[in-house]
Design a protein around this ligand. Structure first.
Ligand code: ADP
Length: 213
């Protein structure tokens, strides 16, 4: 896998991939960035990724997956995306810093556009209200939420709890106090202090987690 642009986002992505045992070629225009990552990625190269010859010398056209993690320099990000498309790299992920940037990347045919700041802002907006312990939007209007159990549901068998009918959410896993996560079944008995993982439409999941507070 190649990661182009090793700012905060690119670095953390590249290092996590290395931790997972993936070989990573990192490319950045800045010498200090490249030096700080020397020996921590499979290869780290100082280069201007908008230069087609440079990318060819680094064998980037042969990579199956490339992540463009250049954000603030939108022009570079777009030029690199267009080069990678020309090389027919099968899977290209790119970070966008604005909606317009994301739209251009999509129009260029980038496989997946991520907007870490926007996504994290939305996520924190849900968490900061204090009812959910974690929130991941899986799809437009569909979320997975980690939440406490409403005390009124303690002692009920999940199959009899009416949670799906009343709240429109599905409990997928349950963690009893000081226990490990377990898959939820109809026979799971909910206990005071349980933490639940539920999936459902965002508003319903929110309403369910509010019922616990
Ligand atoms: P972050 O917000 O994740 O820190 P930035 O957009 O600030 O992201 O950083 C992107 C990185 O991409 C920087 O380290 C910068 O040096 C690098 N970069 C920008 N343009 C190019 C380019 N044309 N070629 C290679 N690296 C680049």
């Amino acid at each position: 896998m190649a990661v182009i642009g090793l700012g905060r986002f690119g670095q953390s992505l590249a290092l996590e991939l290395m931790d997972d045992g993936v070989e990573v070629l990192g490319i950045d225009a800045r010498e200090d960035v490249v030096q700080s990552l020397d020996g921590r990625l499979t290869h780290v190269v100082r280069a201007d990724a908008t230069d087609e010859q440079v990318l060819r010398q680094l064998a980037v056209p042969e990579f199956g997956r490339v992540v463009i993690a250049i954000g603030s320099d939108i022009e570079s990000s777009i030029l690199v995306a267009s080069l990678l498309r020309r090389f027919a790299v099968p899977t290209i992920w790119a970070k966008a810093v604005s909606d317009a940037h994301g739209l251009i990347l999509e129009q260029l045919g980038v496989s997946r556009v991520v907007s870490p700041e926007k996504d994290m802002g939305r996520r924190v907006a849900h968490l900061v209200r204090g009812t959910m312990q974690d929130f991941i939007e899986i799809d437009a209007d569909f979320a997975m939420v980690k939440t406490a159990l409403s005390p009124e549901l303690a002692g009920t068998r999940l199959g009899d709890s009416g949670i799906r009918r009343r709240y429109g959410v599905t409990v997928t896993s349950v963690k009893h106090r000081s226990g490990a996560w377990q898959p939820a079944t109809q026979d799971t008995v909910l206990r005071e202090g349980d933490v639940l993982l539920v999936t459902g439409p965002v508003r319903q999941a929110e309403r369910f987690s509010r019922s616990a507070s």
